[in-house]
Write a protein that binds this ligand. Structure first.
Ligand code: HEM
Ligand code: HEM
Length: 224
């Protein structure tokens, strides 16, 4: 296979920027969540959360109109494909995916849905004193208190889930000798014979759609 390998772009720049910004913002959200919630930590929690919301809304749009490797229909396959991939990984087959594997596809979708739910619930959350999401007064006190409980619980679940995500990426590196991190940084990887290069969309389109996502979230949060 090594003779016929060629280097191709698998992740467009927008998706890579999305991923690493999300990683930094998530760390800030999680860190600030456990500090005293006034001053800089409250601002950090809110603004990191709003930006995560914009990023996730953008990611869902990109999942339908973005580059081939970013599209849901490209990487969310049948459960059978995911199980087959898991089996082949256990039995020692080499990693040969262009984009997310059928198993990673499910975990990506789960992470995106839970992050969306988390950031949305944050908008309605309140500590009952000074630290309140911008929409917490637009719903009943009971609903806001329930959403706050779910927001706190899901926050913890997400911290474990993202920890697992990083652990699995390390496992692929150490056990399967598949470096998935480098392509997520530089965008390119090597593909073998019989595999074709994915079609990537323009970064300008990504930027335009990011502005659309920003507009949608800002009107939801600040104008409603
Ligand atoms: C040092 C920390 C991290 C590393 C090394 C890392 C690495 C990676 C890699 C290599 C992929 C591509 C997996 C594949 O090839 O199928 C990926 C995807 C992904 N990661 Fe991370 N990650 C990190 C932190 C995070 C954090 C903190 C989050 C979320 C808060 C996150 C969310 C995601 C998501 C949503 C995807 C799917 C990308 C997409 O298609 O939208 N990652 N990560
Ligand atoms: C994905 C992004 C977010 C993550 C990971 C996250 C995580 C968390 C966590 C873990 C807690 C619980 C802290 C504790 O137990 O003391 C929390 C509390 C809180 N979050 Fe978030 N959050 C996010 C986004 C948001 C957003 C967008 C808002 C509102 C704009 C928000 C508003 C709040 C509020 C008001 C509380 C306080 C609840 C209380 O102390 O009773 N969060 N967040």
């Amino acid at each position: 296979m090594s003779d016929t390998q060629q280097k191709v772009k698998v992740w467009d720049m927008c998706l890579r920027l999305f991923h690493w910004s999300l990683a930094v913002l998530f760390a800030l959200s999680a860190y600030s969540a456990f500090q005293d919630k006034f001053g800089i930590y409250a601002d950090m929690h809110f603004y990191a959360g709003y930006t995560i919301l914009i990023l996730i809304v953008w990611r869902f749009i990109w999942g339908f109109w973005g580059s081939e490797t970013a599209r849901f229909r490209h990487f969310v396959g049948s459960p059978t494909a995911a199980i087959k991939h898991l089996r082949s990984m256990i039995t020692g087959a080499p990693y040969r995916e262009v984009g997310h594997s059928p198993l990673a596809g499910y975990s990506v979708l789960l992470m995106l849905l839970l992050l969306l739910a988390q950031a949305m619930m944050g908008l309605f959350a309140t500590d009952g004193m000074i630290f309140s999401g911008p929409l917490s007064r637009d719903v009943s006190g009971e609903l806001s208190s329930d959403l706050t409980k779910w927001h706190k619980l899901l926050g913890l679940i997400l911290i474990y889930l993202i920890g697992l995500h990083i652990f699995v990426i390390c496992l692929y590196g150490f056990v399967k000798k598949a470096n998935l991190v480098w392509p997520m940084i530089v965008g390119s990887t090597r593909i073998g014979a019989g595999q074709s290069a994915p079609t990537l969309r323009s970064n300008w389109l990504g930027l335009l759609l990011f502005m659309v996502a920003g507009g949608v979230v800002c009107s939801l949060v600040f104008l409603l």
